[in-house]
Design a protein around this ligand. Structure first.
Ligand SMILES: [Zn+2]
Ligand SMILES: [Zn+2]
Length: 119
């Protein structure tokens, strides 16, 4: 499970990082936040950094499933799905909307703070 968390380490106290939290293991930094990331000033920025990682590295497109569902972008019925990462939920996207751009748009809609920053 991925959750943005504020660091409590003395070195970078108050900085936000995307963390992966699994069972009893201590949370660790996830995605680009696990690399050369110096932390973020807000939860929304940490989420955006992780979203970039997913879009660059983890996206699955053109997944075919049985039933038709309405495309999350336009509502057209389709059997195609996409997802941001291995453990993330499937998103219904029609042939026209199978793209990382669509996934990015939808992910930002779920995090209103990000949309506000873009505007
Ligand atoms: Zn980061
Ligand atoms: Zn569509």
């Amino acid at each position: 499970m991925f959750i943005p968390k504020m660091s409590t380490d003395a070195l970078d106290e108050g900085k936000w990082y995307m963390m992966v939290v699994e069972g009893k293991t201590p949370p660790r930094r996830a995605g680009y936040c696990a690399g050369s990331c110096s932390g973020h000033g807000s939860e929304a920025e940490a989420s955006e950094h992780f979203l970039q990682y997913q879009l660059d590295r983890e996206v699955d497109l053109w997944l075919a499933r049985r039933g038709e569902r309405a495309c999350a972008m336009c509502g057209e019925p389709t059997t195609l799905r996409a997802r941001l990462g291995r453990n993330s939920e499937l998103v219904v996207l029609c042939r026209r909307h199978q793209s990382t751009i669509s996934l990015q748009t939808l992910a930002r809609r779920r995090v209103p703070a990000l949309a506000a920053q873009e505007a």
